[in-house]
Ligand binder design. Structure first.
Ligand code: 5RP
Length: 224
């Protein structure tokens, strides 16, 4: 394991150390969350009782591989803690997420969680959000018109995500798309503007979600 991976694993372990007995835990999606699941499984083996709510089928599968059971969000009355990763984070803890296409459920889960902890390696920290593709989830009905409306707003390119068998769908059955963002002066404002487009279901802009950020530092992490 290289230093960056070791740092990511260490940071994810720190996040999963925050899980309290008999709590409800929201699990984000991605390699960072998965880097901490072995530690969560070890804590469960040692007696931690926790109810896990996944944000995606990918996370459900990763948890199952480690013997961690999950339940549906509909089955709990609250979420105590949510742990997730990010693609970009700026100084004000504004984020771009959704590289893994799970941003709609991730945002739903994070919005209701009492505490939101994000884990990122140093490479995810940016001076200013942008120079990247911003993930979107859009309704299949009229998708081309939704993307045209988005393109008019951002003034740049949009694209549908495609896999080997055609357009990629989210776990919700919707289409995954992205729009190119050069510079982003007002992430919250852009999020609001994009949400006004009918058919646009969610963006990867997360503003005001971070209660705690744990950064993986490759210079500090022990190599295991
Ligand atoms: C998935 C996400 C992920 O949290 C984000 O893409 C980070 O992924 P990784 O931990 O693999 O770098 O938003 O929708």
């Amino acid at each position: 394991m290289d230093r960056t991976e070791a740092a990511k694993r260490d940071a994810a372990r720190q996040a999963f150390d925050l899980v309290e007995q008999d709590s409800v835990l929201g699990l984000g999606t991605g390699s960072t969350v998965e880097a901490g699941l072995d530690h969560l499984a070890a804590r469960i083996a040692e007696g931690l009782r926790v109810t896990c709510i996944p944000s995606s089928r990918r996370t459900t599968a990763a948890a199952a591989e480690r013997g961690i059971g999950v339940v549906d969000l509909a089955e709990v009355g609250q979420v105590d803690l949510c742990i997730d990763g990010a693609d970009q984070i700026d100084r004000d803890h504004r984020m771009i997420k959704g590289g893994g296409g799970a941003h709609l459920r991730e945002k739903c889960l994070a919005r209701i969680a009492r505490q939101r902890v994000y884990v990122a390696d140093r490479g995810k920290l940016v001076e200013r959000l942008g120079r990247t593709w911003l993930p979107l989830e859009i309704l299949p009905y009229g998708a081309q018109f939704t993307l045209q409306a988005v393109a008019r707003i951002v003034g740049t390119e949009t694209r549908l995500r495609r896999g080997a068998y055609g357009p990629l769908r989210s776990d919700n059955g919707n289409l995954l798309a992205d729009c190119w963002i050069d510079t982003l002066e007002d992430p919250a404002g852009l999020d609001r503007t994009l949400h006004a487009v009918p058919g646009l279901l969610e963006t990867g802009l997360f503003v005001g979600f971070v209660d705690r950020l744990i950064v993986g530092d490759p210079d500090a992490a022990p190599i295991r």
